[in-house]
Design a protein around this ligand. Structure first.
Ligand code: 5GP
Ligand code: MN
Length: 322
């Protein structure tokens, strides 16, 4: 990372008193962990901090200390706005609508649009939480046990337990430092990646029974009706996509989750030879080479057909399926 940029970010934070921190809509573990990790550290540094997530905090993250400080809306004025784990401004929700451009953008998505005054984007980092852990140490900001827990949780969940293809020795070293600061790796791993509710397991059942395969692409869908039938409360796939990507006979996994607002959430996962962020970008989304997503308006079945065709075309898989 450019030292001048880091120095500018440090000065901006030091001279601000009221700081707004925002993470992305439909927050995942890295979004929530980064928000709480940075927020609690700046709090401990004596700053007045508001942590905001338009969609609130999903119940699966309620074990993280500090999660109750996250609000859905920003209140009052701020001297500094920091956006974490968002590849573009639309990911921040409508909080910044009509406001000046944010001051600092801290992220690890290769599809990041550098939308802030100071853009700290490191696509070699496995999680935004990894970048934050590094900066907090460089800046000399407090890494309390709660800060360490939140950041370690972000790293564990974004790497599916340190096993994604983008893992680095540096990330493991940073995780070790977070453990030294009190992050409980086994507990965070269990809560972030293994624990599942009974309704989530039944929801998986619906997704598994809809599973289809053509060549080395597999896909499934979760309709609103199926979600209601099992009583699953979230609007996500209960991490089914990550289980599907452990199926051996596949390079690409796609999951379609019908939403109640006329949209369909699509998630792609791929083996290292394929960059699914290109397909997600085509549909107005973004992400990483191996894990990307988009939210598309329209009918579930039609979107499924279009997305599968485009995925094959963009990734050059057409011949395989002829
Ligand atoms: P997931 O499929 O688990 O929602 O997300 C996989 C990756 O793609 C994450 O890094 C996430 O931030 C990104 N992603 C998911 N949905 C969207 C979207 O609608 N827009 C953008 N820009 N990125 C997304
Ligand atoms: Mn992330």
């Amino acid at each position: 990372m450019d030292e001048k940029l880091l120095e500018n970010a440090f000065q901006a934070i030091i001279s601000a008193q009221r700081i707004l921190i925002i993470s992305h809509i439909r927050p995942d573990g890295d979004a929530v962990g980064s928000l709480i990790g940075l927020g609690l550290s700046l709090n401990a540094k004596g700053k007045s901090v508001q942590m905001v997530s338009t969609d609130g905090v999903p119940a699966i993250f309620s074990h993280l200390p500090g999660n109750n400080q996250i609000q859905k809306k920003a209140r009052g004025d701020f001297d500094l706005t920091i956006v974490v784990d968002c590849s573009d401004l639309s990911r921040a929700g409508d909080i910044l609508h009509g406001k000046p451009i944010p001051d600092i953008n801290i992220d690890h998505h290769p599809t990041n649009t550098n939308f802030a005054k100071i853009n700290l984007v490191d696509q070699n980092a496995v999680a935004t939480a990894e970048i934050l852990a590094q900066y907090l140490e460089i800046f000399g900001f407090p890494i309390t046990t709660q800060v360490a827990e939140a950041l370690l949780f972000g790293m564990i969940t974004d790497t599916l337990g340190f096993r994604t293809a983008n893992m680095t020795p540096k990330a493991l070293k940073i995780a070790a430092v977070l453990m030294e600061h009190g992050g409980n790796l086994p507990v965070l791993y269990q809560k972030g990646l293994l624990d599942k509710s009974f309704t989530a397991a039944r929801y998986w059942g619906a997704g598994l029974s809809n599973l289809e395969k053509e060549g080395r692409i597999i896909w499934t869908s979760l309709s609103l009706e199926e979600r209601k039938a099992v009583g699953y409360k979230g609007r996500d796939d209960a991490e089914l996509v990550n289980f599907l990507s452990t199926i051996e006979e596949t390079d690409i996994v796609i999951i379609f989750i019908e939403q109640d607002d006329g949209f369909v959430k699509v998630s792609w996962r791929s083996q290292p030879a394929f960059d699914v962020s290109l397909v997600a970008l085509f549909f107005g989304g973004g992400g990483h080479a191996a894990a990307a997503g988009a939210t598309i308006k329209g009918d579930l079945k039609k979107i499924q057909t279009d997305v599968i065709a485009k995925t094959k075309a963009i990734l050059g898989l057409q011949e395989t399926f002829a």
